[in-house]
Ligand binder design. Sequence first.
Ligand code: ADE
Length: 231
Amino acid sequence: MKIGIIGAMELEVAALKQELTQPECREVAGMKFYDGTLADTPVVVVQCGVGKVNAAMCVQILHDVFRVTHIINTGVAGGLNDNLEIGDILISKTAIQHDMNVVPLGYKPGQVPGLDTLAFPADEKMRKDAMESCSKVNPDIHVMEGIVVSGDQFIAEASVKKHLINDFQGDCAEMEGAAIAQAAYLNKLPFVIIRAISDKADHCAQMDYPTFEKQAAHHCAKLVAEFVKTY
Ligand code: ADE
């Protein structure tokens, strides 16, 4: 067993990288993969960069080159669900790409033609373990399970936020999770997405994101470090 841990930004993987024992660094496609152990569990920690293409490529490399058996995507997200405040954590039930739109040809919003699923389901055990790890290390932080919606855009407009809630029942919005989910699904790799809320995907998002990104990323890193211990 070997867990691939993906964050889009340096801040999202920095703390985990520091905790690795005897990491070996290897660069593929401009991404630095840190292959080592975290609490005796073999892991590969990588910063994939922003957006769905980077994210999907990263999963394929983790599968083909590093032979990982599980995938975790960690980082920050914009909250869509009113029950999520900045600093809270969302664990994925499913993930869907909100910018995949083949509706004129009869497909549902977000549906990828040729695939037999609409939203990509996270692994049940990884979901449960993530919830338990969160209660253990972040007992004061509100955590919930929900739907991650991903697209190649930063959400900061009321009308777009409304669309993601109404058409996808999204709980949080980010820019990699569903691409990671699709790539994991195609490679039959169990995955879970763990995101802390850095902003509320509204007109304040441009200000809130840089203010709360660090704190939110820290909550996630703590959770992931605990999660890995249980494997
Ligand atoms: N990541 C963090 N906040 C986000 C937002 N508002 N939109 C997209 N990705 C995000």
